[in-house]
Design a protein around this ligand. Structure first.
Ligand SMILES: [Zn+2]
Length: 125
């Protein structure tokens, strides 16, 4: 059985923060992969950067394998809460979803479960 995801590696989180900053004011979206219950890799989704639609809508174009545990996307505004569209999408893929809001700092991201409840994700070195 797959281990429940409980943490994210600090360097992976930093990669996410950097990608969100680089992409701003556009949104970016990526797939989260985990190993042993720790999110340790992101897979950037081609075509999301510079696209007109909400980044998350591009995510289901990716092939999904067993190591995929959820998604991450950025919001160009200050709210890291999932939109109704986000929630609909969350229910289709994975079980942990990160939203990173402006200004894309260590304090401006939140993790959510597929129902949109806060999800406890520890940062590990
Ligand atoms: Zn969103």
């Amino acid at each position: 059985m797959r281990k429940r995801v409980e943490a994210i590696r600090r360097d992976t989180l930093e990669m996410i923060l950097e990608a969100a900053r680089d992409t701003y004011p556009m949104e970016f979206g990526a797939i989260l992969r985990a190993e042993g219950g720790v999110v340790s890799e992101i897979l950037l989704v081609p075509g999301t950067i510079g696209g007109e639609s909400h980044a998350i809508f591009q995510l289901h174009m990716l092939p999904i394998d067993f190591s995929v545990v959820g998604t991450v996307h950025s919001h160009p505004g200050p709210s890291a809460r999932p939109s109704p569209e986000d929630l609909e999408f969350f229910q289709r893929i994975g079980h942990v979803h990160i939203i990173i809001a402006y200004p894309f700092s260590e304090e401006s991201w939140r993790a959510w479960d597929r129902q949109g409840n806060p999800y406890e994700l520890t940062v590990v070195d």
